[in-house]
Design a protein. Structure first.
Length: 157
């Protein structure tokens, strides 16, 4: 019977210790091979918690599926800030460039609902707004409207 093991690991620095090792040991797979593959696939998310699912088949072969960190965590990483604002309406904690918002939208492409890049960037800006983060010195809602109006089309080509 195949097993599915879900864990949250540190991007690029998973180890055979907890939580991964104890979960994989009873499955009978080579833990170090799994750890190596996870570290290769999560290297881009270094310093962040990344959801990982390891599918172990009956023949002890395995497949690793890597999720992406939350949009807010990617924004925090881009801005190099500690956390979002506790009072998003009053206190702003960072300023995202449109290029950074596009990068986050591309990283979260599989998880966001928007069919087009513009729609996904607008989703990222919605998260930024709730975190107390501005975009290009403006309220993210204004930038969302500007994207809808086509004012930033050059950035999406």
């Amino acid at each position: 019977m195949a097993q599915q093991i879900e864990v949250l690991v540190d991007g690029g620095s998973a180890s055979a210790g907890p939580p991964l090792g104890p979960a994989l040991g009873p499955a009978g797979v080579n833990v170090m091979n799994v750890v190596k593959l996870i570290n290769e696939r999560t290297a881009a998310f270094k310093g962040m918690k990344v959801p990982v699912v390891v599918h172990v088949r009956d023949d002890k072969s395995f497949e690793v599926t890597v999720g992406t960190p939350p949009t807010s965590a990617l924004i925090i990483k881009e801005l190099r800030i500690e956390k979002g604002s506790g009072k998003a309406n009053l206190e702003k904690v960072g300023d995202l460039t449109l290029e950074q918002a596009i990068l986050v939208a591309r990283q979260k492409e599989q998880d966001l609902l928007g069919a087009q890049l513009k729609a996904r960037v607008k989703e990222v800006l919605g998260t930024a707004n709730s975190m107390g983060v501005t975009c290009m010195g403006k309220d993210p809602r204004i930038v969302q409207q500007e994207i809808t109006q086509g004012l930033h089309d050059a950035a999406f080509s």
